[in-house]
Design a protein around this ligand. Sequence first.
Ligand code: ADP
Ligand code: MG
Length: 484
Amino acid sequence: MEKEVRDKYEAVIGLEVHAQMLTKTKAYSNDVNEYGAQVNTNISAITLGHPGTLPKMNSKTIDFAIRLGIACGCTIAREQHFARKNYFYPDLPKGYQITQDTTPICTGGSIVIRTEENQEKKINITRIHMEEDAGKSIHDVDVYDTLVDLNRAGTPLLEIVSEPEMRSSQEAYNYVSEIRKLVRYLDICDGNMEEGSLRCDANISVRIKGQDAFGTKVEVKNMNSIRNVQRAIEFEITRQIEVLESGGQLSQETRGFDALKGITISMRSKEAANDYRYFPEPDLQPLFIKQEQIDEIKMDMPTLPRALFEKYTKEFGLSEYDAYNLTDNKGIAMYYEELIRHTKNYKAAANWIMGDIKSYLNEFGKEIDEFPLKAERITSLIKLIDEGKISSSIASQKIFPEMLKSEEPAFLIAERLNLFQDSSEDTLKNFILQVFEENKTEVERYKAGDKQLTGFFMGKLMQISYGKADPKIANSLLRQMLEQ
Ligand code: ADP
Ligand code: MG
């Protein structure tokens, strides 16, 4: 599409994110809540909706919802009612989902994202409510039939509904990333989009820039990664603009995303939409939440990424870039927290994580909790560098790889491999003389006035001393000897 045409329009995006809660059991039964179990094994009579069975509230789900609500600055509803959302589908044995209709557990609050201009932007949350998941219809295992796995039926979900405040697919990408980060920090959801434990429906419309009224929205489903959420939105924005530009009209509908083709396809129109006939769930008592319960959860909140970001930038003087990288993944942040319990060299600790440690993790496809070195071993290395005993290049190229092989302390490795920086004048002088001997023309040029060659000599010196020369001392000695 021509840029001129695209620039006439503005996208409006609101997201509905479903987070599957990491509780041991389901929302209203004692069935195990786990991904990947043998199909149709975690299905008691309650999950199957047999007549006469009754749901029993799993109180953990309330704690989890409150935790998320507190983290987002929401208002927690003190009195809540549950509702039935009725529809027929083979993977919904009860014929309805228990959900919250008129009294969602959380309202208000926001998620703070970064825009493309690297500005902070608040995306307001309309509501967060609890509901139970349906089972899974599997269409791609059997050629002829759709198979049904009911293990997922009745597992607890949090649905987070945003206001239509995102303006680009990138903002939507950042918003979902932020939610995923948050639920992981809070330990309430594993955030795995591929396994469907985090799902996102995107509502998208476009309007002429400057226009107040929203355009007709389209809801897109079935994206199994954050990247695909972004791709689906991007496709949909273009499609909608093209329809409008060619004089057509958009219809309110639900579309699915085909990740292989990168396109959205109409699934059903607004006219064909379900009427869910919500009514109060007669088998569950209303829920009353005491202030003490909220306070207790507040006291028990883990540190959140935003608080760590603040601490790293404001207290430790790290760059926003460093702080963002350190806090993006909870495991990494916790490892960094561990490092800085043993060293005050915050920048060096950050560099070790973002440099050598991340390269190691990438190379071996590991997560930080599988990283074999205890934080103290890394900080002992930082200490040796700070004391001038070893250079940082020696630490990273020679000692770090050795540490990965055994429990041998950094100090002993340096000793065994003879890697301590040598700043004794005699040793350094010999190295410098050797450099002069091997680079006679450069020495002539230096003496004739080309003072910039100092850097060249330093490079040679570090080479032949295998990085063991203390750069500061070597540099001043080198200058002295050149001037002689
Ligand atoms: P529905 O009743 O169709 O589910 P809601 O009003 O509940 O619609 O909104 C669902 C989601 O759609 C919310 O995240 C909301 O922010 C978003 N939304 C509403 N109107 C628009 C619009 N015109 N364009 C984009 N998103 C929208
Ligand atoms: Mg809705």
